[in-house]
Ligand binder design. Structure first.
Ligand SMILES: Nc1ncnc2c1ncn2[C@@H]1O[C@H](COP(=O)(O)OP(=O)(O)OP(=O)(O)O)[C@@H](O)[C@H]1O
Ligand SMILES: [Mg+2]
Length: 601
């Protein structure tokens, strides 16, 4: 390019304001999106406006340190380009296509403009197919579309990155095509960790990573998505391969646009967003499309400012997606991970024509149950669970079990949760939900369903449940009805108590094995607490011995009338529960769970 310097026109810097640079050209005015170089290529500027016959205004894609009025600027005669070709696989790039993985620049690549138009309507393909993720809550209620766009919406720290990483882990190995990860405006550390993880998992040979993280100037964050998409389009159009296009975080693209717009002096629109937000976002999103030759499936994390889903950035993004997964802070605080708000999330795939009649009806029933529980929460908090009609209590029991079953241990969080990650097939997920709705697990402690994979693991976790179940069926209906609601109203642990309470003799037997069977597991605690009619008595020893116990103790304290009713008889009935001490070695998840229950109630 340096040799060609003379051939192109040279301008001079007139003004520099942060990332915005005005440049005067005597001869030829460079067109919009032209890439200009200053300071021997150290500063790159993209032209975004023509101010008059001889001057342009551009946004720098690099820091502008050292740039001064009068510096010469050369017009490269082209736009920003990204490298494409087979050789870019397994590599990591910045917005300019420079390799940033400490390896030499890839040889034998082509360079393409990053500004391209979306494929015309006539070339688009319209078939709809489900993309399984192995994550229960998503596959059952908000299935992703193969060749569609899915968004993970959430405020700060509710688990977007963790969920996205988990999806990459689950999908990338089964994905025959190529995966492209684009990091926009997030932490550099996360990019580096992902690179190492992918390398360790051996999936790097079919992956490309492109980063414009939060330390980079707004121009770079604004264009890095285009660069990554250009690579994705190459694999779709030239190599006819399917592409998985992952973005963390698309909101940062909008935010970079807002910064650029502000720097350019444009009048802001609602809440300070740029007036051109819709155009900019659709310019990017519409390029993520399926053609007859290949599909680009995209999953994007979307930061939601102040957890406000009516924020213009979130609203605009919603409209582009076929699946919107909303993460809720409340569920995250209850320890119900993945913290998906099952009622707010939606998928265009969840129709009988695509997922099938059976799956559709089941999903509807799950939603109905959860929605009813949501409606009942107010009454429960005012009057207590025991004031509900028996049918409503059943709904509550089912909903709480469903909520817990739809949590899942992630591979991505193995290191800090200490629980092994689980991948669950759609069939197993549906089967589990169906059986919970049929009340097959109503005598299981709620904790037995927490952080498991397929539903049969609940049986392994809570073997004693079997006898309890039996005895239940034999038990007096009146007693049961009472005991349960009370149990529900308390934390999960108490809920367990229900079953125990029902069947006293069994209960003891139950509790023990449970406690033994899993040291770390929630269920132990639960079952112990439950099983003893002496739920109370149980809780105490726990409290003494372990901090977890607090979680237990609390719910009891929190719980309303119903709870008390429960606890008492229990306390009276059984003084000395031995199994407790064993059950104590409960890990965090338990605590979280119990806490969750407490909140709920
Ligand atoms: N599935 C999960 N299991 C256990 N813990 C989780 C899970 N998901 C999220 N967390 C917890 O929440 C924390 C934040 O998650 P994450 O970094 O994914 O949030 P984020 O939404 O990407 O936040 P940000 O907007 O700041 O990027 C994690 O460090 C972890 O402690
Ligand atoms: Mg994140």
């Amino acid at each position: 390019m340096e040799n060609q310097k003379e051939a192109f026109n040279i301008g001079a810097v007139v003004a520099v304001r942060g990332s915005v640079v005005d440049i005067h050209f005597d001869a030829h005015l460079p067109p919009i999106y032209s890439l200009l170089h200053a300071k021997e290529g150290k500063v790159a500027i993209e032209v975004l406006a023509q101010l008059g016959a001889h001057s342009v205004r551009g946004i720098a894609l690099t820091p502008t340190e050292g740039l001064a009025r009068g510096n010469s600027v050369e017009d490269t005669g082209g736009e920003l380009k990204a490298p494409v070709g087979k050789r870019i696989l397994s590599r990591m790039f910045d917005v300019f296509g420079n390799a940033i993985d400490r390896l030499p620049a890839p040889a034998g690549v082509q360079w393409r403009n990053v500004h391209r138009s979306p494929p015309p309507l006539t070339q688009r393909s319209t078939k709809s197919e489900i993309f399984e993720t192995g994550i229960k809550a998503i596959d059952v209620l908000v299935p992703l579309e193969r060749g569609g766009k899915g968004g993970l919406f959430g405020g700060a720290g509710v688990g977007k990155t963790v969920l996205l990483t988990e999806m990459i882990h689950n999908m990338i190995e089964h994905q025959k095509g190529v995966s492209i990860f684009c990091g926009i405006g997030e932490r550099c550390r996360e990019g580096e960790e992902l690179y190492r993880d992918m390398k360790a998992a051996g999936v790097l040979p079919n992956m490309v990573m492109v980063f414009g993280q939060m330390n980079e100037p707004p121009g770079s964050r604004f264009r890095v998505g285009h660069a990554a998409l250009t690579m994705a389009e190459y694999f779709r159009d030239d190599e006819h391969r399917d592409v998985l296009f992952l973005v963390d975080n698309i909101f940062r693209f909008i935010q970079a646009g807002m910064e650029v717009s502000g720097l350019l002096g444009q009048m802001p629109s609602r809440l300070g967003y740029q007036p051109t937000m819709g155009t900019e976002l659709s310019g990017l999103e519409e390029r993520i499309a399926n053609t007859d030759t290949g599909a680009i499936t995209s999953i994007q994390a979307v930061y939601v400012p102040a957890d406000d889903l009516t924020d213009p950035a979130a609203v605009h993004t919603f409209s582009h997606l076929s699946t919107s997964i909303v993460l809720s802070r409340k569920r995250a605080s209850q320890g119900l991970f993945p913290a998906i708000d099952l009622l707010q999330s939606s998928s265009k795939m969840a129709t009988p024509g695509i997922v099938g009649q059976e799956h559709y009806l089941l999903a509807q029933e799950i939603r109905r149950t959860l929605a009813q529980y949501e409606d009942l929460k107010d009454i429960i908090s005012m009057l207590g669970l025991e004031q509900l009609a028996p049918e409503d209590r059943n709904v509550v029991a089912r909903a709480r079990r469903l909520e817990r079953f739809l949590t899942q241990p992630f591979f991505a969080t193995e290191q800090f949760s200490g629980i092994k990650g689980k991948l669950v097939s759609l069939k197993d997920s549906l089967d589990g939900c169906k059986r919970i709705l049929r009340d097959e697990f109503k005598d299981y402690p709620e904790g037995a369903l927490y952080m498991i994979g397929a539903i049969d693991e609940a049986k392994e976790k809570f073997q004693p449940g079997k006898p309890a179940a039996k005895s239940d069926s034999g038990a007096k209906p009146g007693v049961k009805a009472d005991a349960k609601p009370a149990a529900d109203s308390k934390s999960g642990a108490k809920a367990d108590a229900t079953s125990a309470a029902d069947s006293k003799p069994d209960a003891k037997a139950d509790a023990k094995p449970a406690a033994e069977s899993k040291p770390g597991a929630k269920p132990d605690e639960t079952s112990a607490a439950d099983s003893k009619p002496g739920a109370k008595a149980d809780a105490k020893p726990a409290a003494e011995s372990k901090p977890d116990a607090k979680a237990d103790a609390k719910p009891a304290a929190d719980c309303k009338l119903g709870a008390k009713a429960d606890a008492k008889p229990a306390a009276e009935s059984k003084p000395g529960p031995k199994p407790e001490p064993q059950s104590n070695p409960a890990p965090e998840p338990e605590v979280a769970h119990a806490a969750a229950g407490a909140h709920d109630s």
